[in-house]
Structure formats: C-alpha cells, structure tokens
Ligand binder design. Structure first.
Ligand code: MEV
Length: 332
C-alpha cells in the first residue's frame, strides 16, 4: 500500500494583477488556507486507472492513463482537464503506465473561484503528490512549471504568478517569470468575498484587447508597475499605512483597466469607510475577492462593514510555507 499527501497554500495578489500579464512586476503572498491532495493505491481500481474525488467541489471522475496518450483531450471532463494535463505531462516520462489504480482525493479550504489561487493551489499540490507517488524527486521549479500547464487550461495566458507563489510560499516579487523572495509584513488582512465567481480568463482577454486598442491604456499598466516598485521598501519596513494607501490607489487603477465590478467596489468602499488603511480587489476581478489592510483595532469594524455591504469576510494570515509533502508511506 502506498499513500502520499501533499499540500499547497492559497494566495493573495497584493499589488499588480493584470499588469503582471503585460510584463510588469507584481507582488503575491501565500495565505494560511490550503489545498490537500492525497493519493493512495486503491484496490477497487485496476492498473492504469485514476479516480479523482474532489470532495469540496462535489465532483468525481475516473479515467484510464491510456486515454491520456491521445493527442486530443476533448473527451475529458472539463473540470478535471487541467489536472489530467498535469498527470499526462508527468506520465509521459513513465510510458503512461502505473502498476496499480490511484485514487486522488482533493480537498481545500480556500474560497473557490474567488481569485485566491484555489486552482493553482490544487495544481501545485497535485503535481507534488503525483510525482512523489511515482517515486520521482522533482525540484520546486519543476512543480511550478507542471502546475502552470494546468493554469493555462483554466486561464488561457496566465503570467505564472499564482503557481509560483503557491509553490514557493511566503512573499514573492514576480517579474517576467523571475521570482525574488520578499519579506511579508506582520499586519492584519481581511479578505472579503463577493460571492460572485471571479472572471480571470475573460478579463485577461479584455485587458489584452484594450491594451492593443488604446495607447494611454498602456500608461495605466505602467503606473501599476511603478506602484509595485514603490511598495517594496514599505513591505520591508512593515508600513501598513503606506501599503494600505497603495492598495486603494491600485484598486482605482484596476477599475480604470475595467476589471472591477459594482460588488467589488462596494466592499472596497465599505472597508475604507470603516477605517481600513486601504483596500483593493485581488486576483482576476469581475467578482471574487477584495482585500483590506487594517490596524488590529479596526479588524472588527472592517469585517462588519464587509458583511453589511453583502460580502463574506475572512481574517487571514500571511504564510511562509509553500508546497510540501505531509505524508508519504510505502508498504509492500
Ligand atoms: C490572477 O490571480 C492574476 C492575473 O494577473 C492573471 C495572471 O497573472 O495570470 C489576473
């Protein structure tokens, strides 16, 4: 019997979503919510069979590794396609065979489809668990690239920031695929979920389209890049007031790019009015989550303001830990 469990954190983008797709820098930080992927050898499955059970998503799917060898992946269930693509990539180095059936159980306490890295976190934890299950030891850079394959299926042309931060954990400055670790500030962060799904793929396409159409639009993207660079010393000094101010400015620029929504604006304004240092949407936008940075004595007021504005607040902590193996047992 063999059993492997891997976990990977969710994330917030502190500054620079969307502009990062256009080669500007951005800052992402892992949070203390995570996905867990457990893979075990299951007797009810025959060799080369893979059974996915995504418990919190209330979905399951069975596939044979033979079906992963075909050029066309069209018949594969849409929800599980990104994960099948990752497994295909890993199995291409193993002649597409596994000597027994593998049951893959996915569970997560990250708000789903909300711009908090739920999809990247599953892809990262799956890549780590599956390579470990097959007994291969791969670097974090390889885990992140495998997860990127899944992200491409979901988001089209992602920058790679989500799979990177979910792999490496902590705070990262991401620019053109290069990652620099940065200090994470010891400040309270409140996440407000609008309850509407984020629309990353559609809005990345919209920004791409408008960026080609209007010259001045490029200046908004460049301005976000400058804001990201100016935030770095504030992160190093843990300057919550300054970082909050930059959050609110970044939100205004994201609204100008056309990626906010009335619901997100409503939660951002409510958090600002309740005394947060600053607030902005986080991730793909169009729905999903916003974040508010606040002093500890305003946490309660900000959470209540988010509830009264129709959102669901979560108090989160920044997390240093990236992807890791929680359990790996091999018995004959
Ligand atoms: C999604 O979390 C962040 C975006 O910038 C897309 C990307 O970077 O791939 C909107």
């Amino acid at each position: 019997m063999e059993i492997v469990t891997a976990s990977a954190p969710g994330k917030i983008i502190l500054f620079g979503e969307h502009s990062v797709v256009h080669r500007m820098p951005a800052i992402a930080i892992a949070v203390n919510k995570q996905t867990t992927v457990t893979i075990d050898q299951n007797e009810s499955l025959t060799e080369n069979e893979i059974f996915f059970n995504a418990t919190d998503y209330h979905r399951s799917y069975k596939i044979s590794t033979e079906n992963l060898q075909h050029d066309s992946l069209t018949p594969i269930n849409q929800f599980f396609l990104p994960f099948c693509v990752i497994i295909r990539e890993i199995l291409s180095k193993n002649n597409f065979t596994i000597p027994y059936g593998a049951r893959i159980t996915i569970s997560s306490n990250i708000p789903k489809g909300a711009g908090m890295g739920s999809s990247a976190s599953v892809s990262v934890a799956l890549a780590k668990a599956f390579t470990e299950f097959l007994g291969s030891s791969v670097s974090n850079d390889e885990i992140s690239s495998l997860a990127y394959r899944g992200e491409q299926i979901i988001h089209g042309t992602p920058s790679g920031i989500d799979n990177s931060v979910c792999t490496f954990g902590g705070g990262i400055l991401f620019e053109n695929g290069n990652i620099t670790k940065i200090p994470i500030p010891d400040i309270s962060i409140i996440v407000g979920d609008t309850g509407k799904p984020r629309q990353t793929k559609k809005l990345v396409e919209k920004v791409g389209f408008l960026n080609k159409k209007w010259d001045f639009y490029k200046e908004i993207i460049t301005a976000i890049g400058s804001l990201v660079r100016e935030s770095i010393p504030l992160l190093e000094n843990g300057d919550g007031v300054g970082l909050g101010e930059l959050c609110s400015i970044n939100h205004g620029l994201l609204e100008a790019l056309g990626v906010s929504s009335p619901e997100l604006n409503h939660l951002v304004e409510a958090a600002q009015a309740a005394g947060a240092w600053g607030a902005k949407l986080t991730g793909g936008g169009g729905g999903g989550c916003m974040i508010a940075l606040t002093s500890d004595n305003r946490v309660k007021d900000v959470k209540n303001a988010i509830i009264n504005a129709g959102g669901h607040p979560y108090q989160m902590k920044f997390a240093q830990k990236g992807v890791s193996i929680q359990k790996s047992e091999k018995e004959n």
